[in-house]
Design a protein around this ligand. Sequence first.
Ligand code: AMP
Length: 413
Amino acid sequence: MNKITIEDVDLKGKRVLMRVDFNVPQNEDGTVRDDTRIRAALPSINYALAHGAKLILMSHLGRPKDYLKSGDTAGLARLKMDPVADCLRGLVNAKVTKLDQVVGPEVEAAVAAMQPGEIILLENTRFEKGEEKNDPELAQQLAKLADVYVSDAFGTVHRAHASTEGVTKYVPVSAAGFLVAKEMAYFTRVLSNPDRPLVAILGGKKVGDKILVIENLLNLVDSLLIGGAMMFTFMKAQGLEIGDSLLDKDGIEVASKILALAQEKGVPLLLPEDVVVAKAFDNDAERKVVAAGEMEPGWIGLDIGPKAVARYCDEIRKAKMVVWNGPVGAFELPNFAKGTRAIAEALAAGDAVSIIGGGDSAAAIAQFGLADKMSHVSTGGGASLEMLEGKALPGLVALTDKNAQCGCGCRCS
Ligand code: AMP
């Protein structure tokens, strides 16, 4: 994929509008509880500052519309970017000015007065009604602030919002920051030039959520390993007993189609031969291992069994590249985290390039302390899934298309 990155653009003295993901977990009083996302943007921020940019940062924080609906002004006030600005001040060696607006004359005046090496942080982009509607007027007002737009919020690139997609239509240059460039590089490699054997592991709850991913992966992978609650929908589709395990009823037909499609394409689709079942969704509930198909009423499956673990880990050992999305068991309960942990450990110990989707799989890897042993842990759950579906993500299109532009800032070529 032909992309333009922050390193391809001359930033000296330019107004650089950077979309970052500062949607951080907060404490009750609004202060930042976990600054991981802010730190993740530092390479792009520091690069822009070191190269003489006037850096304008923008992000959403939480879901202001929930509070707008209920008229909860205190809740809304907690979503102002001030605590984020305080946190950022402790992490960068630059003047950080936080503004109380996203766009408008005050913002334009503040930007006009900026010196290279300074940072302005705009107010929560979702305070603007036009943000999630991708309102062209808001997009144009944002674009007015910028000579260069940098996208470094991978977690939002699958959404066509004014600050992620709309704005790119009106700025002269759009480029990927380091975070987004790394995400794109890994997922593009999986989709267009994977190391083989390529193995995909899919878990999680609903087949429906993953159908497009599975369909696309069946065109790419050498084998597909299924785990998580989703496996029971596949077992049901095969006519097996699943006891009281979680079932995605609407997904049964889809699962049958996927099983047939895998067979037609000759792609091995592995389902566990044994399962850890329990009397309740509770860490201390009575539990035992049973063969798939021998789950009785009153028992729910919460993890893949030891035989399945051995077979799945063997596939991982033979792989050269592994993509993993969704835990294979209820990993939040330690007694049912063994399958997910074994897979994480096999990936950590092996030589395969390991690409972990965001969301729950990333949480599991972090829980096991193995994040730094993976080749890539995605920062965007939804975005990584949509990449694996083979979709063109709205926030990434401009970063690839514009290289082919005539240079006038439009898309006339
Ligand atoms: P998803 O959000 O669809 O990726 O699903 C992730 C969630 O599925 C995690 O919270 C896991 O605890 C849960 N999960 C995985 N396996 C099972 C299972 N066998 N039964 C119930 N929940 C599960």
